[in-house]
Design a protein around this ligand. Sequence first.
Ligand SMILES: [Fe+2]
Length: 266
Amino acid sequence: MTRILQISDPHLTIPPEKLCGQVNTLSRLRATISAVLAAEAAQAPDAVVITGDISDNGSPESYALFRKEIERLGLPYYVIPGNHDNREAMRSAFGDAAYLPKTDRLNWVVAQEKMLLIGLDTLIEGEGGGLIDQPTADFLARALSNAPQKPALIAMHHPPFDSGIHFMDKIGLKGAGLLQEVLEHASAKTRIICGHVHNMMVGSLGDTVAISAPSPVSSFPVDYRANAPAGFVTRPGGYMLHEWHGAFRSTEIDLCEADGPFSFRV
Ligand SMILES: [Fe+2]
């Protein structure tokens, strides 16, 4: 069994600064870490992947703070940048880990017991939208061809599908065709996991299922109208669990308070 826990879009700011003056992101991150720790025996993740927008402003201080918090989990963790991140600040903050490349995009692959975990860097510095460029597509093709029998969980920030939330799709992903071409030629079973749209959504790219994660700090209202007002709501989302057990399974874990469990007649 390989079980990967995904946290996406924590948008960490340094207190007392709040995200857009509204959300204490450090307390939201701490609540998420506490929830993961409380569920550790039940959910037993093997590793953690953070799918971008780790920091809200890309500052070295925010990455240092994030690192301090995420390392409380005591699990291997892997990072990719989102559009709010700074690639070189991330490389400096997390670059002592062997999986991160020393130059160019932060594309990486780590072999887990039952599957490959692959990170693809879609960041275009200074822009909201993302890109799969040719070197990134080539990197993925090589990673998949080196382990053709192993299922691969592919993590990236920008979803390769339209969310229907127009103001987010305007800063969507370019180059999804390159990604699809690689996946169509791969023999491995693949699943894409991403963030960016601050909601759990299930889409696809060709035959590959693609799932976006909620953010622990905010959500975008699901409003499919073309004139939907651009903005976020402070409803916290949660995190995701992804595993391979002969097939992929992905589960959303929300951060809502709940009573129970209460017994019931099956
Ligand atoms: Fe985000």
